[in-house]
Design a protein around this ligand. Structure first.
Ligand code: TYM
Length: 373
């Protein structure tokens, strides 16, 4: 009997079986052949590709066919501003930045302040809009290129977006939003409509340029339902189906499985958390794959595959050799759980200090990235 789990854009629950998602969602796995093809263009593979953190895709091979013909693609990704950015959100963005550099691609970054207003019981639009620009600082802090990166909050770019969203909405039925998202008759028409807005950046640059431009959307697998709808409809509108590449979820601190979620503060690390507080959270909450006693741990070794500190290092320690050593030392009992936690704490403290510095600098740069109409 397969274990039950749920993955939708608004809920991730249970132990996610990623191979089953590939089957259920009808995506393709990122295999060796595709990796070698990417490497031909990038020279090296990003660690998130080597480690299969990005494990699934739609039409990436087609995208490379087009690229090899000289038909360059742009990148599209986004954030639903319901709170501060957490480390999980950074995962697709760090990878997107690498893609931007390697393929010299433009990035369109959507901040869905409308979505988070319509889907939340308590958030006002003024708040989701404010959060949108707070979240934008995290995007800029990662080093995306000025002049090649357009960031927009839906309600401040509404004139342009709305004209295209209604073209999608006209072809989107309620039976589709029920079947794809699990929405019901009791959900607001706003919720049923919303996916039309998230579809727009997947073809807007083609509308503006007056010619079809391939699009690649990097994101975690939870957002895939949106783009199943998008691909179907934009194709009917005469545009390319967007390609996509999907990552697994950074687990919550209390792991081992599931998705880090912004709604449970103890289990998430936010980009705005002070490194000392992050250290406390990790020491207190990080799920350990270690043994009950030091003696037993030394003898039998720990289990890095369920240990959240190790899992997080897979997402944030770029150095393959260092990571491998940690894996073996932990599995062999040489490295204790507490010591492993300290390695993670040090890694994140270094990362967060730099990120927070860049984030403050980004305040002055915001208007060089943000587009409004
Ligand atoms: P949101 O704000 O829920 O998530 C932003 C991005 O982070 C990914 N993500 C994660 N990745 C790894 N580990 C996690 N624990 C984790 N949690 C979230 C999400 O998949 C997403 O890529 N509706 C969207 C905003 C949006 C969007 C887009 C996202 C608009 N257009 C295009 C991706 C691509 C949302 O609420 O994302």
């Amino acid at each position: 009997m397969p274990k039950e789990f749920t993955v939708t854009p608004w809920k991730v629950e249970g132990e996610v079986d990623y191979n089953r998602l590939i089957k259920d969602f009808g995506t393709e796995s990122v295999d060796e052949k595709l990796l070698q093809r990417i490497k031909k263009h990038t020279g090296e593979l990003h660690y998130m590709l080597k480690r299969k953190i990005f494990f699934s895709h739609r039409d990436f091979s087609w995208l490379l066919d087009e690229y090899e013909k000289g038909n360059k693609f742009y990148l599209y990704t986004g954030r639903g501003p319901s709170g501060n950015t957490h480390l999980g959100h950074l995962v697709p963005w760090i990878f997107t930045k690498w893609l931007q550099d390697k393929f010299d691609a433009e990035l369109w970054f959507q901040l869905t302040d409308d979505e988070k207003f319509m889907f939340s019981e308590k958030l006002e639009l003024s708040e989701t809009n404010r959060l949108a620009y707070e979240n934008a600082l995290d995007v800029i802090a990662l080093g995306f290129r000025k002049g090649k990166t357009k960031i927009f909050a839906d309600t401040d770019y509404a004139k342009t977006l709305y004209r295209q969203a209604i073209r999608v909405a006209k072809r989107l039925t309620v039976s589709t939003t029920k079947a794809v998202f699990g929405l019901t008759d009791s959900d607001s028409v706003g919720k049923h409509f919303f996916t039309s807005v998230q579809s727009v950046p997947a073809f807007l640059p083609s509308v503006l340029a007056g010619r079809n431009i391939p699009c690649l959307i990097p994101h975690a697998i939870d957002q895939d339902s949106h783009f199943r709808v998008t691909r179907d409809i934009v194709h009917k509108l005469g545009y390319y189906k967007p390609a996509a590449i999907h990552c697994v979820f950074l687990p919550p601190l209390t792991g081992p499985g599931g998705k880090m979620s912004a709604s449970v503060a103890e289990t998430a690390v936010y980009t705005t958390d002070a490194p000392e507080d992050v250290a406390k959270k990790i020491r207190k909450y990080a799920f350990s794959g270690g043994r009950d006693t030091i003696e037993e741990h030394r003898k039998k070794g720990g289990n890095p595959d369920i240990d959240v500190s190790y899992q997080w290092l897979r997402f944030f320690e770029e150095d393959d050799k260092k990571l491998e050593k940690i894996y073996h030392d932990y599995k062999g009992g040489k490295l204790l759980s507490g010591e492993l936690k300290e390695i993670l704490i040090e890694k994140l403290a270094k990362f967060l200090r730099k990120h927070q510095e860049n984030r403050e600098k980004a305040r002055k740069e915001l208007d060089k990235f943000v587009i409004k109409d």
